[in-house]
Design a protein around this ligand. Structure first.
Ligand code: DHB
Ligand code: FE
Length: 288
């Protein structure tokens, strides 16, 4: 049986990817941020999964206003890093896990969540930056990510966006789906995006440290309470792009305690401002 062993939560700021790709991680601006991920890189080496189920948002790269799936699961064998305007990031191609992805699609759709099946998709910074932060620099040709990845894209760019409650419930369905796969696989689920940030309009540059700290507290202790927070509160308090945080609830919903098991162990908690226009938050939770 496959099993979700841990969840990882992290922001995905594109400038972090650029700092890594251009060798700037030791510059004074970036050094404190990357220091916060030293523990995480070692943790991932010590706790190498067989598959990462990676919840992220596409930024009008794979999808455009022509077609806006709310929840899209990648069932392909591989995914190319996307060209986001300055050429694709020099990172390895992302290998998929079509067999587990197809099983999760079957199970989650039968649990009444309408997923879009995606057999071809390029992946942008929403997916590659979390991988880079957790795995460190990788040679684009000779290197490889540590394991296959199932990309799961959530629409948080074009309204209407899914509610926190729906995201948490979807996570619960994903846990059931993984646990009904009849091969022994160690699966991690990653929830990415956030934290508070706003990239446009009169409030561009908004950061709300109090909101972010309270969000992380509830993510650990009471995700059901966080799931009840309506989307408009994220926008008002955490900025227009702060809504990316609802994706963390999908990964959190897939942890054992939301299916009646014990509370997860907090292995790592990190928060740093600034990174580009964004507050960076990061958590690692392990099922007991
Ligand atoms: C920034 C943050 C994001 O989440 C994003 O998708 C693009 C840019 C930023 O802080 O610059
Ligand atoms: Fe983003």
């Amino acid at each position: 049986m496959a099993k979700i062993t841990a969840s990882v939560f992290t922001s995905h700021v594109p400038a972090i990817g650029a700092a890594m790709d251009l060798g700037k991680t030791h510059e004074p601006y970036w050094q404190p941020l990357f220091k916060g991920y030293e523990y995480s890189k070692q943790w991932l080496k010590d706790n190498k999964p067989d598959v990462i189920f990676l919840v992220f948002n596409d930024h009008a790269t794979a999808f455009s206003l022509d077609m806006i799936p709310t929840f899209a699961i990648g069932t392909a064998a591989s995914y190319q890093p996307a060209d986001e305007g300055w050429g694709p990031r020099p990172v390895p191609v992302v290998q998929g896990h079509p067999e587990l992805a197809a099983h999760i699609a079957q199970s989650v759709i039968q649990q009444d969540f309408d997923l879009t099946i995606v057999n071809k998709m390029d992946v942008d910074h929403g997916l590659t930056v979390p991988l880079s932060l957790m795995c460190g620099e990788q040679d684009p040709v000779k290197g490889a990510w540590p394991c296959p990845v199932i990309p799961f894209a959530v629409n948080v760019v074009q309204y209407p966006v899914p509610s926190g409650q729906r995201c948490l419930n979807l996570g619960k369905a994903i846990r059931k789906a993984v646990e009904s796969f009849d091969k022994d696989l160690n699966v991690q689920i990653w929830g990415t995006g956030g934290m508070s940030h706003q990239l446009q309009g009169p409030r561009a540059g908004l950061i709300n440290k109090e909101f972010d700290a309270a969000f992380m507290d509830l993510m650990i202790q009471d995700p059901e309470a966080q799931a009840a927070v309506p989307h408009i509160n994220y926008v008002r308090e955490a900025g227009s792009e702060g809504i990316e945080l609802v994706m963390w609830l999908i990964a959190r919903g897939a942890m054992d305690d939301l299916g009646g098991g014990p509370a997860p162990k907090v292995k790592h908690r990190f928060y740093h401002v600034p990174a580009s226009n964004t507050a960076v938050g990061h958590l690692i939770l392990e099922n007991q």
